[in-house]
Ligand binder design. Structure first.
Ligand SMILES: [Zn+2]
Ligand SMILES: [Zn+2]
Ligand SMILES: [Zn+2]
Length: 143
């Protein structure tokens, strides 16, 4: 965790107590959360914060590449912490039962990219991949 905070500091990011509290929260919970859940969890730690402040912090952490977000099928937005320290391109797996987040430190997008570049004659600038399913622990519990 301190590695993450140090990385943020090194990139000129000012760590306020609320920013630290939000990073700690994600680190302790190891789950994805919506903004209301973040607010409630902060309150349980005696930190009161308005939703606009939380949104602003999440946005800044997202720009810094520490926090990522996705929309579920009901178009609800969730946030989670990226625990990778190397900063190279990778993906994440999220469990829809226990909401845990796992790093997937690779990408096999190149086949699709090649198709787009040769067949569509277009240039790929970025891509996102949302991978959702049931984690190994939840599979054991529910089988
Ligand atoms: Zn990550
Ligand atoms: Zn799970
Ligand atoms: Zn990728």
């Amino acid at each position: 965790m301190d590695v993450l905070i140090q990385k943020l500091r090194d990139s000129g990011f000012k760590i306020t107590p609320k920013i630290r509290a939000i990073i700690n929260l994600f680190n302790d919970k190891d789950q994805y959360m919506c903004v209301q859940e973040i607010q409630t969890a902060l309150e349980a730690r005696n930190i009161s914060s308005g939703l606009p402040t939380i949104y602003r912090i999440l946005e800044r952490l997202e720009q810094a590449g520490i926090i990522l977000s996705f929309k579920n099928r009901e178009r609800q937005v969730f946030y989670f912490l990226c625990r990778s320290h190397h900063g190279s391109h990778h993906h994440h797996f999220v469990c829809r039962k226990c909401r845990c987040v796992r790093e997937v430190p690779l990408c096999t997008f190149s086949v699709i990219q090649q198709h787009i570049e040769t067949q569509l004659d277009a240039t790929v600038e970025n891509h996102m991949l949302h991978i959702e399913g049931i984690c190994s622990q939840c599979r054991l519990l529910h089988s």
